[in-house]
Ligand binder design. Structure first.
Ligand code: ADP
Length: 662
């Protein structure tokens, strides 16, 4: 076995490889770009080498720099992970020339599978079933048009060099073919530097099922069952599961045998995935082979109990396959969800920014999280916006689904948009819940997945309770201790104005013997009796609140005026508005303005002694990297500040002496 390996990747996959290597007693070398100096994979590895600036082309894709790092540190092997250089035959060759083991297949196998057209040709000869289509070398437009007509519409035009869902066009009518061909070629030329295309029959309502294969250097090849990756957006995977729902033992054996034939046809060594497109009746066609470890490999690990990276390293070191086909066991059901920094409601646009707060569910035999980000880390435009992979296991699919729902409820991200709520809605759609799977599932369930969501009254009430219960930190909450309440029918009452997406709701809270009576000020009939507790856990508040008869546990994270509410797997972002009515009231006879949260004073904006108009800025407080401006609550005079720039203030601290005009 190797003494030391270099991991030519970043993020969760780099961390995951380092862990396995360490468990095998192998030393680890990380490489990193300037953007990743503080990244977890760098901290986790035994050694780390800076290889260049943030853009991947100058760092993670820079073969010479990576090879130089391997030589300098004495690494005997390089694991490329997925993406970056993992399917680059020139890199695999350069490793061999430098006498460093490339943890992956021989360069010739990468080359054979690198072009979709050439791979199809080869697979056809090896007796693997292909989607009806044309994958010849001649790309004359008139010939391609003829071929499309012969195949019959709809057809799919695919860039031969394509990948990652790019360079594909569905064409439904003969008259649209020429234009689609042109635009597909332009995209292929731009993205892959090669505009060669192939044409396939567009399979209607297809499923994407892939087989994990493994081969050793002695000519043995087996498969580790299938993964169903039908749930996709823009031809990219969102949820993956194993086994594929509805798969029979017979069909599995057929697909497994076809995948092994495909691997053997290119003298494959190591881990690979043979992807099939599958009709609803179960008939399947070869689509392509990925000559590397896949993002979704953990679902296979969950159902087989095997460590695929360990297998890769053993095979790369020249060992035989650890198991024979009949020794590989399938147990239970696993599902993986990819957690992305993206906004599903805005066409899945990647979301760039800093993660201010991150809670992930606890891990155990049923829940696994592959992640490499911490609160404070940035999702940069340079790399993939994946934040983490959440993988669950259950005795059967129903149990795995339940565990997934529970685990997703424990993922709380503040600072950028993430697809958590979307994933939650997705696993709850009737199609996914009943395993009615095909690649059009997300489109088919569009209305359930993207419908405009109204914020439920409970969410407004929970934020109101958070405000009420956290404004007297450490003290028991009693209606008789409210410092700045106003009186309504002789009782202490508070107003809590909140907003979200243009909607404004003011909650009025009247203290009662056991808690608070909360009401929507605009429609006082919407009212609940509320009581409960709030506990602080770091910057998050954990609420345990009863609203009438229903008990709610929720997490609220404050970021400036924003209140991020995580409630039963859904996320709501509300904004706390200043209560002009109350502050004007409180300060009409002069007095101070209080800090809305703990933080630091970073600017004083008004001059003491001057007259000010309502709304004019007085000073700025910074908390959790968010700025919060305190403004004059009414027309009046600023008598003085109680703090200087740089001072720390506690929540509720009186900041200024402000005298409102009569
Ligand atoms: P990439 O290399 O970009 O991932 P693939 O060839 O693996 O491209 O195809 C990606 C996805 O596109 C598949 O998972 C499937 O959803 C869809 N797809 C590919 N070929 C066909 C086809 N012939 N008919 C219908 N859908 C297809």
């Amino acid at each position: 076995m190797f003494k030391k390996i270099l991991i030519a990747n970043r993020g969760e996959i780099a961390c995951r490889i380092i862990r396995t290597a360490r468990s095998l007693g192998i030393g680890t070398v990380a490489v990193y770009s300037e953007a990743d100096a503080g990244a977890r994979h760098v901290r986790l590895a035994d050694e780390a080498v800076l290889i260049g600036p943030a853009p991947a082309r100058q760092s993670y894709l820079h073969a010479e720099k990576i090879l130089a790092a391997a030589k300098r540190t004495g690494a005997e092997a390089i694991h490329p992970g997925y993406g970056f250089l993992s399917e680059n035959e020139a890199f695999a060759e350069a490793c061999a020339a430098a006498n460093i083991t490339f943890v992956g297949p021989p360069a010739a196998a990468i080359r054979a599978m690198g072009s979709k057209s050439a791979a199809k040709d080869l697979m056809g000869k090896a007796g693997v079933q292909l989607v009806p289509g044309y994958h010849g070398a001649d790309n004359d437009p008139a010939l391609l048009q003829n071929e499309a007509d012969r195949i019959g519409y709809p057809v799919l035009i695919k860039a031969s060099a394509g990948g990652g869902g790019k360079g594909m066009r569905r064409v439904d009518r003969r008259e649209d073919f020429a234009e689609a061909l042109g635009s597909c070629r332009r995209e292929a030329k731009n993205a892959f530097g090669d505009d060669h295309v192939l044409i396939e029959k567009y399979v209607l309502k297809p499923r994407h099922i892939e087989i994990q294969v493994f081969a050793d250097g002695m000519g043995n090849c087996i498969h580790l069952f299938e993964r169903d990756c039908s749930v996709q957006r823009r031809y990219q995977k969102v949820l993956e599961e194993a086994p594929a729902p509805g798969m029979t033992a017979e069909r599995r054996a057929d697909m497994g045998a076809a995948a092994v034939r495909a691997a053997k046809a290119v003298a494959y060594v190591g881990a690979g995935t043979v992807e099939f497109i599958v009709n609803q009746d179960g008939s399947f066609y070869f689509m392509e082979m990925n000559t590397r470890l896949q993002v979704e490999h953990p679902v296979t690990e969950m159902i087989t109990g095997l460590d695929l990276v360990e297998w890769q390293l053993r095979i790369a070191a020249g060992e035989p396959l650890p198991l024979r086909q009949e020794e590989v066991q399938l147990q239970g059901h696993a599902i993986e969800a990819r957690i992305y920094a993206e906004d599903p409601d805005c066409g899945f646009l990647p979301s760039i920014g800093t993660i201010r707060h991150l809670d992930l569910p606890g891990q155990g035999p049923r829940v696994r999280i592959d992640s490499a980000v911490d609160a404070g880390d940035a999702i940069s435009p340079h790399y993939d916006p994946m934040i983490a992979k959440l993988i669950v296991h259950g005795a059967d699919r129903a149990e795995a689904l339940k565990t997934m729902a529970g685990a997703l409820s424990g993922v709380h991200i503040v600072g950028l948009s993430a697809n958590i709520d979307f994933l939650h809605r997705l696993i709850e759609t009737p199609s996914f819940a009943t395993a009615d799977l095909d690649t059009g599932l997300i489109e088919r369930e569009h209305d359930r997945l993207f419908c405009a969501r109204k914020i439920p009254f409970e969410a407004w009430c929970l934020v109101a309770m958070n405000e009420l219960l956290t404004q007297l930190p450490g003290r028991p909450v009693s209606p008789w201790q409210q410092p700045d309440g106003w009186r309504l029918n002789g009782r202490t009452a508070r107003r809590i104005p909140l907003a979200s997406d243009g909607e404004t709701v003011t909650i009025t809270a009247v203290s009662t013997r056991h808690g608070w009576r909360l009401a929507d000020a605009a429609s006082p009939k919407r009212t609940v009796q509320a009581q409960g507790r709030v506990e602080r856990k770091g910057e998050a508040a954990i609420l345990d609140i009863r609203l009438d008869e229903r008990r709610h546990t929720a997490t609220v994270v404050e970021a400036g005026d924003q209140r991020h509410v995580f409630l039963a797997g859904r996320t709501f972002v509300l904004e706390r508005l200043p209560d002009l009515q109350r502050t004007a009231d409180t300060h009409s006879g002069g007095g101070g303005l209080r800090a809305p949260m703990p933080g630091a004073v970073i600017a004083l904006l008004a001059e003491p002694g001057r007259s000010l108009k309502a709304g004019e800025p007085l000073l700025v407080i910074e908390a959790m990297k968010m700025e919060h401006t305190i403004v004059a609550p009414a027309n009046g005079r600023l008598a003085g500040f109680h703090y200087a720039v740089g001072d720390q203030v506690l929540a509720g601290a009186e900041l200024v002496d402000f005298q409102a005009a009569e």
